[in-house]
Design a protein around this ligand. Structure first.
Ligand code: TTP
Ligand code: MG
Length: 384
């Protein structure tokens, strides 16, 4: 039996642009566009509601956006800042329920016992406004579909419930395009059958929809009646992040071990930063030629996500516990994970600033081209 729950869809309003307007009060009330360069082939990531009035929207070429709204303030965007704020928002969610499915950087489904959802939605809305000075929209219902549509109807800055008994008055008048699985192409095909509103679709005989909607016909026809059986899928909670290397031959050379520790630290560091996590405990794993294995850890005062902090600690652990060579395996694990990036130092030195910038560039390259390109670049440098 399916347990009946209330489901909330929480989605921040004009997320990147709202963070910019909050962080820089001089931008409040102004059309703000976050996105790529208008000179090249940049597109709009998002824009403030002031800019939306001019017809600007996500994924529009920046050039076109500027021609529609010449007075807009253009901002390239600060992904690490948005991730940090997203972590703060998730922390607030987690104070209300453990049942959370993260959908995207600014969107999550939350589940509550039946009957508790609307009150929780109102509290979360006000909590985020007060603590983070950001506006969020919340849709409340008993399934994901209706919660999502309620949220669209709530936007911006409101909480709205859409219950099953109001499907005919509130869902049916809307365009079929509000339903998941109906994009522009399918929408156009359905329009040609005279199906424009959700009500048209709900009334259409299911058997006749198979040709247009294929194997999805049943599901989408159900959506048109407000039926959706998808469950909330809470994120798998990661407890630690680790990487290790086994050597094909027993290794005697400490310089090679240090080089491998550097690569492992970079790998673990990248994965931490990508997940917007920091870790307090660094553990080194060593296997000797007789296959005996030891793990030795150190807990840091401040949680870390930088390659150099992880490397320094791992190296220190290695120096202290290296035992007798040769070694067969070496690994690094980071545990004691916390949401949010490493706290930026209050007055970073020039070299700390430089390291942070370099890390950002490397992470971007890693994301775009994979790890190999960074390995290659490091090797080139070593061979200079
Ligand atoms: P959305 O929640 O889709 O958009 P939004 O929060 O800006 O506006 P809304 O009030 O309608 O929810 O996306 C969240 C963020 O993801 C958005 O602020 C910027 C980014 N994004 C892109 O970078 N490109 C895109 O095409 C979209 C849709 C979003
Ligand atoms: Mg949003």
């Amino acid at each position: 039996m399916k347990i009946i729950k209330d489901i909330l869809l929480c989605d921040l309003d004009a997320f990147f642009a709202s963070v910019e307007q909050r962080d820089r009060p001089e931008l409040q009330g102004k059309p703000v566009i976050v996105g790529g360069s208008p000179d090249g082939r940049g597109v709009v990531s998002t824009c403030s509601y002031e800019a939306r009035k001019f017809g600007v929207h996500s994924a529009m070429p920046m050039k076109k956006a500027l021609s529609l709204c010449p007075g807009a303030v253009i901002i390239r965007g600060r992904m690490s800042r948005y991730k940090e704020v997203a972590g703060q928002v998730r922390h607030i969610f987690s104070q209300y329920t453990p049942d959370i499915e993260i959908v995207s950087i600014d969107e999550a489904y939350l589940a509550f016992p039946a009957g508790k959802g609307l009150k929780a939605g109102l509290m979360i809305h006000d909590h985020i406004k007060e603590e983070l000075k950001l506006s969020i929209s919340v849709g409340v219902s008993t399934n994901k579909l209706l919660a999502k549509i309620a949220c669209e109807l709530a936007k911006p800055d409101r909480v709205k419930a859409l219950w099953a008994e109001n499907v005919d008055s509130e869902l049916w008048p809307l365009s079929i395009r509000v339903l998941p699985g109906i994009g522009p192409v399918t929408g156009e095909k359905l329009n040609r059958l005279g199906i424009r509103t959700v009500k048209d679709l709900a009334a259409y005989p299911l058997e006749s929809l198979n040709r247009t909607l294929g194997s999805n016909a049943n599901l989408i026809h159900g959506y048109a009646h407000g039926i959706d059986d998808r469950n909330i899928e809470p994120e798998h909670v990661v407890k630690s992040i680790s990487e290790e290397t086994t050597f094909s031959d027993d290794l005697y050379d400490q310089d090679t071990i240090h080089a491998i520790l550097l690569e492992l630290s970079a790998g673990v560091g990248y994965r931490l930063r990508s997940a917007n996590l920091t870790g307090r405990t660094i553990t080194l794993k060593l296997r000797f030629s007789d296959f005996s294995t030891i793990t030795r850890g150190k807990t840091l005062t401040n949680p870390a996500d930088s390659d150099s902090d992880i490397y320094k600690t791992a190296q220190e652990l290695f120096s202290r516990h290296k035992g007798k060579p040769p070694w067969r395996l070496i690994g690094i694990q980071v545990s004691g994970l916390e949401q949010g990036g490493q706290l930026s130092l209050l007055s970073p030195t020039e070299s700390e600033e430089k390291e942070k910038k370099l890390t950002e560039i490397r992470d971007r390259l890693h994301q775009k081209y994979g790890n190999e390109v960074i390995f290659q670049a490091r090797r080139l440098k070593k061979e200079d």
